[in-house]
Structures are given as C-alpha cells and as structure tokens.
Design a protein around this ligand. Structure first.
Ligand code: GDP
Ligand code: MN
Length: 379
C-alpha cells in the first residue's frame, strides 16, 4: 500500500528525520487556521496517493489568509491525476537552495535493498535519470559512513554533507525496516540557505503482508477507510477480496490466491467475466460461517451476478466440514442463485453427501465446474 505524504512525514518525524513544520487540513478553514498557526509563508500540497503533484498543479504557495484560502480552495475537492483530493498539507515553506533525490528501495530482481541518490532532485528527476547513483546495502540494510562519502562523491555532491546525509540515510533505513517498506523516497531532499538538509517530500510504499502485525499501519488505514478500502476489508475480515468487474456475471467463492487467479484466467479465457477475486482462506473458519456470509453478501451486491462458483482445494481442510458451513451460510444468506461447487481433496465423498442432502452437489473437475457455471450465464 501507498501512504500519503503526511503519513510519511509523521513517521519521519517520529524517527528523527528533519521535516518542516506542517499540518494536514481537510477544509479551507482548517488550512487557513494551520497557516496562521505556522505563521510563515507556507506551501499547500494536495494529498493523493501519487507523486507528480507539482507538475499537475497540486502544490501552491501562500503567505497569508487570503492566499491560503485561494490555494486550498483551488486544490481541495478537485481531481488530480484522476484522484480525488480530500486533504492538503499546509507546510512551512523551505528556503530551497538545492534539491537532491534520495531513496531506499527493494530491488526484487536482485534480492537486494538499494540506496539511490541524485544531486539533481526535484520535479525533473525523470529527465535527470543519468544523474542517479546507486549503492547496494543488502537485505540487512548495512552501510558505513565511508559508503555514504563514496556515494556523495559519485553523485557529485560535496563530501562536507557526509554527516548530515549519513544521519538521514540511517533513519530512512530505520523507517524502511520498521514499516516493511518497499520504498522510502525523499524528493526533493533539500539543502537550505543555511546548509541544513531537510525532507520536503515523503513517499512510502509498504508491503501489505505487515498490516496484520503493525498497529501503527492499521491506525493509518482506519484513519481513511475510503483510501485504503481493500486493505481495511482484508484487515477486518482476514481474507482477500477484490471487486474485478462491476458487470461480472460469475461470483467466485474460492480459496488460495494462486488457484483463484487460475480460475479467473480460465473463466476469462472462455469469455466469461468473474465479478470478484477472493481468497476465502478456509483454514481460519474455526467452525463459524461469518466469513462465508460476508463474502456472499459482497458477491450478491454485484448487479449482474447470475451464478456462484465455489472452488475449494482441501489439503488439510476437511471438505465435509467446509461443505457443512457452506450449506449453512447459503441458507442463512438466502442465496437464490444457482451455486456450482467444485471441491477436491480431503473427505470429498462425505462433502458430496452433505451437499446433496441440501440440494447441491460437488464436482471434482475444475473444467467441468467452470463449464457448468458458464452454462448458467448462457454461455
Ligand atoms: P510531487 O511533485 O508530488 O513530488 O510534490 P513535491 O512535494 O516534491 O513538490 C513539488 C515541488 O514543489 C518540489 O520539487 C519543490 O520544487 C516545490 N516545493 C515543495 N515544497 C517546497 C517548499 O517548502 N519550499 C519551496 N520553495 N518549494 C517547495
Ligand atoms: Mn516529490
């Protein structure tokens, strides 16, 4: 998941990274109050889960109430880069003498973590790609002061900044590790008129696998349910669910992310469109139908859904136990649609009996089940 700049800066502040004074605002009045409190020239920045805001007109300057009103009013509520702007960051304007670029990121291709730096940061970084220098720090994220000196030398930046940059990089790595980030980026990292280095932007991408274990990230997700809807859904229900096609005709109730993707591919190849992706995770039911009911309610909310295709491979899961829960959930939610059930694995025969007693049946072959589901949509 991506974080907003203001989330990133709050994290930076907590870890001792130098960031300007700032306040987040969701109305023009709040922005005006924030600028008054900061009491200096401010930069008003659109908060969206995307970069490139400067070029798109999402970064403006304001020194007094009237200017803040105008800037915040022009940004709040608009669509920027196709994203709705609901918040602005009101930040003390930095006295920028020079803009650098610095990031710590996962290099998945090489199973490595790398630090990337440029002495020509800012909005034109894409056009200055030839100025980027890279340093590998390994998955343990280790580096020495002399590595930083070397990096600055290669980037063409005076080595008198080694101490400040070392300090900043140490803290960026600390943040990178603590939040299981795949990217921590500061662009621009600014050298001020007083030769101080500060972070004027903050971009963080986080590996979603950490969400169940990190309460701080959970709090961030809950602070803005609209922006992280699918993360929140997964957090609260402990399973993966994504709407794929609002006009989709086949509702999927499936387990295993890989198996589910294979089913989605299969249906699409046959010209059918599943309305959702789901990994229901049969291992966590603990005898309760709650998770199945939630999933069924979501599937039934799709306006064109005509059939539900259940697909469960039971390695450890007892298919008969699952079949019992499925029948209960289907009855509780009063599902009127046809339900095609494909099961394979542990205790298949007993599961088939349980389904038959309730008017359903189990199909063992995925091809057959897919064909059957497609028949129900007139394919
Ligand atoms: P992005 O375009 O989404 O990456 O947004 P940034 O936060 O990087 O802001 C874009 C540009 O606005 C920066 O590259 C700076 O040139 C400028 N900018 C941002 N904050 C400040 C500031 O505090 N003072 C000044 N003078 N310029 C700023
Ligand atoms: Mn930036």
């Amino acid at each position: 998941m991506k974080l907003f700049e203001y989330n990133g800066k709050e994290i930076f502040r907590k870890h001792g990274l130098p960031v300007p004074n700032s306040k987040v605002a969701s109305t023009v009045e709040e922005a005006v109050a924030a600028q008054a409190e900061i009491g200096k020239k401010c930069v008003i920045k659109a908060q969206i889960l995307s970069g490139g805001r400067g070029k798109a007109g999402g970064v403006k300057f304001a020194s007094n109430e009237a200017e803040t009103r105008e800037a915040a009013g022009a940004i709040l509520g608009i669509k920027l880069k196709d994203l709705q702007v609901n918040k602005v960051l009101v930040e003390e304007c930095a006295d920028i003498r020079r803009e650098l670029y610095m990031s710590v990121m996962m290099d998945t291709e090489h199973k490595d973590v790398v630090v990337i730096m440029s002495a020509s940061g800012g909005m034109e970084i894409e056009n200055n790609a030839d100025t980027l220098v890279k340093m590998s720090i390994g998955w343990q994220c280790k580096f020495e002061q002399f590595d930083v000196r070397n990096l600055l030398y290669k980037a063409g930046l005076e080595t008198k900044y080694t101490d400040q940059i070392s300090n900043i990089l140490t803290k960026m790595v600390e943040v990178f590790k603590a939040y299981h980030a795949t990217l921590v980026e500061i662009n621009p990292l600014v050298i001020t008129g007083e030769d101080k280095i500060i972070a004027c932007d903050a971009k963080m991408n986080i590996d979603n696998n950490i969400i169940p274990y990190n309460e701080e990230i959970q709090a961030i997700i809950r602070s803005d349910p609209e922006s992280w809807a699918s993360e929140l859904f997964k957090l609260e229900n402990e399973f993966d669910y994504l709407d794929l096609d609002e006009n989709g005709e086949i509702g999927l109730l499936s387990t295993g992310a890989g198996l589910t993707m294979a089913v989605v591919d299969k249906l699409k190849a046959a010209g059918a469109s599943p309305c959702n992706f789901i990994d229901i995770r049969t291992g966590g039911f603990k005898g309760s139908t709650a998770r199945l009911e939630t999933a069924l309610h979501h599937i039934l909310a799709a306006k064109n859904v005509k059939v539900i295709l259940v697909n469960v491979f039971g390695g450890i899961t007892d298919l008969n136990e699952f079949a019992g829960l499925l029948v209960k959930a289907l009855q509780k939610v009063e599902v009127k649609l046809p339900v095609v059930v494909r099961l394979q694995g542990n205790n298949f025969e007993a599961a088939d009996e349980t389904l038959k007693a309730a008017g359903y049946k189990a199909i063992e072959s995925l091809d057959e089940a897919a064909d059957e589901a497609i028949k129900h949509i007139g394919g």
